[in-house]
Design a protein around this ligand. Structure first.
Ligand code: TRP
Ligand code: ZN
Length: 910
């Protein structure tokens, strides 16, 4: 296996390309083992750059011929690069023709041209195009593409590429061809080809603009019945982008194609999005409510890239968040707008924040911490991270918070007006937002605001409130800090918009009258913290309020406020901001968990106090709150989020504490759970709407609680009901919730249920993925999960080459089953190391994600820490690791040195 250069790429070393490529004419003779690619390009020198040789990127290509203006020419290979020195002088365009072959069947990396179940697909972002032909594989080189595909007609009846179909026809020997022309210039990472036996669901729509479009969703012939939701989501995406941002579809035809072998979720190739089947296919019998939601948001995400990413693209890969953060923000807004009611919006917001806290916060505190706009990388694929995506989306959201929805729209308009058709930077986006909103807080603070792009780490905002009854004032003292991260020992203050209100005893928001004469606000206001410390005083405050801070999670920070439990209860019961109501419950649960985890005493039999239980009961029984919201409030903070608060993590203790809390919630609210279950269990004919999915979520949570309580009491009624529900369920959400209830309560009926599940779904890959995941996520009984997972790696349906299947077993176990993975004997880590070494030979990208299961090793308590380190060192010792895995492992081992020491380490250590 050959690897590319193992050199670090640095943001500040960006230089424009020495050549431009204006036109690309590609001809493919598609063949599984030897695909021929004829690449005819028009190039010219970039007059802005000193004369230098042309160095084209390549990777695992077989070179057959190079012609310049139709003539043979001298060339050499420098590593994987093709170097041409004797090219025509001057700025005039010239033709370069390159003929290569590649082997799609051997392409287990799934980058470039690969086969999936007998069909051809491509994946070019970030640097996959160089695996198809020699090219300037960088996003600031934008060209017009014409693509001719030739292949066996019986095997590959459908031939697709970007843009418009301009010609097609028969060839000799049972072959046929199709010729595609993309009307828009694009960087090569947006190039795509698909060929195979596919069928399409089609829909014609007329957009607001009056333009007619053909929408197509291509899948395998048997899967057409699972494309309705995807098509609906696509139609909604087109309409939404027009309505909210005035952005219309710029193509006659927009295609989505699904494949079961894909490294990521989906890819926004111009006019030809390629999707992991997981984010296209959905039918009630095999997809859960979250699966339906994920289809909607990923379809939206890729569609929205058409403007934010494709029309305006990234100058270099350090700007990745320019398109990803912005597009995640847009897909989040899309899903919130579709959800409709304020409560359903709040649920979406809470779900996004849960994701941020359990994935991005730990990332920002671990060895892979990096700014939203990273400064260097060994392998760019490793930076498609929660920080670039989810924290990046929060940064975009803060612009909107600072300039308002209308101001944000103005900024977007200016951004398109200035940069349509260009490859630009995060600075360009920031400047457009600021210039479109002169006089705004953002415009005044822009250089400081941009620290969100350059400084890694999660800031902490400390808040202290004081009520002066005599003066009738309420004073908030706010301060901010940010922990050091690798290479950034000290941080400058951020611009932190803090949406806040003051909640009176009766739950109403007090009017907000800041002392310094600023205008009065009725419910909430946004205070912008820019200094390390600031004091904010409100006057005419009649009674002591509880401050409700960071409403709607207005900034990606940790709030440290010494609330009393009573104050949190008031917020939970009454805050007008639903996000902070949920947050109050999380904080209450988190504090109890942390106190128990850090206490040396054995776990008490009743870890939860009556007031907390009563508060949660009141939410569960509340006559007005939506079921989806109740389900979120009644769910304890997850183990990743709890662990993130601790400087030393004992995963077994964390797990045991959370389980004890869960059990008490189950037993002491038993009658309330019965009531909730009865209220919510029947949702009629399946619809994935927020109300009925909320009922299913709460019924599912109730059933889990009731089965847990039943185990505690030796009762068999609820497990019996769960088994019955598992058998009779009319949709996958109810079925999976019932099965999970049996598995999590350790009931013996889980076994027959699992084998029945297998019989039902053995022919449905996405449902079978869940079968593997369920077993990898099962509660650990005396270390039984690891042997089960090990055995499942030998199961005839397990396949390490299929990322979805590998993730469903390996990532579920290593990333999401803390108690089973972190074994005192280190067996989980040894298993991890073996799989990382094994999988890296096949698919480095997927492996690098799996490798990150050990990110937090340096914070583990003994004996975990030493065992983890041993396993990581065993991987590190392998000489032929991919750059992807090497980067993750090297950073991980470096994190054993505390940040202070690493900055002034003595030379002898090296
Ligand atoms: N641009 C894609 C998205 O976020 C991400 C992606 C798809 C990707 N395929 C990839 C990233 C392969 C790295 C490697 O929508
Ligand atoms: Zn994206």
């Amino acid at each position: 296996m050959r690897e590319g250069q193992s050199t670090v790429t640095k943001r500040l070393e960006y230089a424009p390309p020495a050549f431009w490529i204006d036109n690309v004419d590609l001809t493919f003779d598609l063949d599984p083992t030897k695909t021929r690619v004829l690449n005819k390009m028009t190039l010219r020198r970039n007059p802005a750059v000193p004369v230098e040789p042309l160095k084209l990127d390549g990777d695992e290509l077989n070179l057959a011929r190079v012609l310049v203006n139709g003539q043979g020419t001298s060339f050499r290979l420098e590593g994987e690069r093709l170097v041409l020195e004797s090219l025509p002088e001057g700025d005039a365009p010239f033709e370069l023709e390159i003929f290569t072959t590649c082997n799609p069947e051997k392409n287990t990396k799934l980058m470039g041209l690969f086969l999936s179940d007998g069909a051809f697909f491509t994946q070019c972002e970030a640097e996959g195009f160089r695996r198809i032909t020699y090219f300037l594989d960088r996003p600031d080189v934008m060209a017009s593409y014409t693509v001719t595909l030739r292949a066996d007609k019986a095997k590959y009846p459908v031939l697709l590429s970007n843009g418009n179909l301009v010609d097609e026809g028969e060839l000799e020997g049972g072959r046929h061809f199709a010729k595609w022309q993309d009307p828009h210039k694009k960087p090569c990472y947006l190039f795509a080809v698909v060929a195979g036996p596919l069928v399409a669901r089609e829909q014609r729509i007329v957009a607001r603009s009056g333009r007619e479009h053909l929408l197509q969703v291509y899948v395998r012939p048997g899967d057409l019945d699972q494309t309705e939701h995807a098509m609906k989501s696509l139609v909604n995406s087109v309409l939404w982008d027009e309505a909210r941002f005035g952005l219309s579809l710029d193509l006659d035809r927009f295609m989505i194609v699904a494949t079961g072998d894909f490294n990521a979720g989906a890819m926004e190739n111009k006019g030809l999005n390629i999707f992991n089947t997981k984010y296209v296919l959905a039918k009630p019998s095999t997809a859960t409510d979250s699966d339906f939601d994920a289809v909607e948001s990923v379809i939206g995400h890729e569609y929205f890239h058409n403007w934010t990413g494709n029309r305006i693209t990234c100058r270099d890969w350090f700007q990745l968040s320019l398109k990803e953060g912005l597009t995640v923000f847009r897909d989040q807004e899309f899903s919130m707008d579709l959800a409709g009611t304020p409560s359903a919006c709040a649920v979406k917001r809470i779900e996004n924040v849960i994701g941020l806290r359990s994935a991005q916060f730990p990332e920002d505190a671990g060895p892979m911490a990096h700014p939203v706009r990273p400064d260097e990388y060994l392998e760019i694929s490793n930076f498609y991270t929660a920080t670039v995506y989810e924290k990046g989306a929060e940064v975009v959201r803060m612009y909107q918070t600072l300039v308002g929805r209308e101001g944000f729209r103005k900024g977007m308009d200016l951004y398109f007006q200035r940069h349509d058709g260009q490859a630009v930077t995060c600075d360009d986006f920031a400047q457009a937002m600021s210039d479109a909103n002169p006089g705004s807080d953002l415009a005044r603070m822009l250089p400081q605001f941009k620290r969100w792009y350059s400084q890694a780490g999660t800031p902490v905002v400390k808040a202290e409130g004081r009520y002066d009854a005599d003066a009738r004032t309420y004073t908030l003292r706010l301060s901010q800090s940010c922990p050091p991260t690798s290479g950034q020992p000290a941080k400058e203050p951020f611009v932190i918009p803090i949406r806040l209100g003051l909640v009176a005893e009766d739950g109403r928001d007090l009017p907000l009258q800041p002392e310094n004469g600023n205008s009065r606000h009725e419910g909430s206001m946004t205070y912008v913290l820019t200094e390390s410390q600031a004091t904010l005083t409100f006057v005419d405050v009649d009674s002591e309020p509880v401050p409700s801070l960071l409403r709607g999670f207005s900034a990606p920070v940790k709030l440290d406020c010494a609330y009393t439990p009573d104050q949190l209860m008031r917020l939970l019961a009454q805050d007008s901001d639903p996000f902070n109501r949920w947050e109050a419950a999380q904080q209450l649960g988190l504090r109890i968990a942390i106190d128990l985890i850090t206490s040396p005493a054995p776990l008490p039999s009743r870890p939860l106090n009556d007031a907390y239980l009563a508060a949660l009961r009141a939410v569960l029984r509340h006559p007005e709150l939506d079921a989806a919201f109740k389900a979120l409030v009644l769910s304890l903070p997850d183990e990743e989020y709890i662990a993130e608060q601790l400087s030393v993590v004992d995963p077994q203790r964390t797990h045991a504490v959370r389980e004890a809390m869960k059990l008490q919630l189950a037993t002491e609210l038993q009658s309330d759970w019965v009531w909730a279950y009865e209220q919510c269990k029947d949702t009629g004919a399946y619809q994935p709407d927020p109300i009925s999915s909320g009922h299913r979520a709460l019924a599912g949570l109730a059933l889990q609680a009731l089965c847990l309580a039943a185990r505690d009491q030796g009762d068999i009624v609820w497990p019996g009901k769960a088994y019955q529900r598992f058998k009779d369920a009319g949709n996958m959400t109810d079925r999976l919730n019932a099965l999970t209830a049996l598995i999590n309560s350790g009931h013996e009926l889980a076994k027959p249920a699992l084998s029945r599940y297998y019989d039902l779904f053995r022919a449905e890959p996405l449902a079978l993925d869940k079968w593997f995941a369920l077993q990898a996520l099962a509660p650990d009984h005396e270390g039984n999960v690891l042997p089960i997972v090990r055995k499942l790696t030998q199961h005839p349906d397990f396949n390490l080459r299929t990322p979805n299947r590998a993730r469903s077993l390996l990532s579920s176990y290593c990333h999401r089953n803390q108690a089973a993975f972190h074994r005192p004997d280190g067996g989980g880590y040894a298993f991890w190391a073996d799989r990382v070494i094994e999988l890296d030979k096949l698919n480095p990208q997927v492996t690098a994600r799996l490798a990150r299961a050990m990110d937090q090793w340096a914070r583990l308590a003994e004996p975990y820490r030493t065992a983890a380190r041993t396993a990581i060192e065993r991987v590190a010792a392998k000489p032929d690791l991919s750059n992807d895995v090497r980067e993750v492992i090297t950073r991980s081992l470096a994190s054993s040195v505390p940040a202070q020491e690493s900055t002034n380490s003595s030379p002898s250590i090296e």
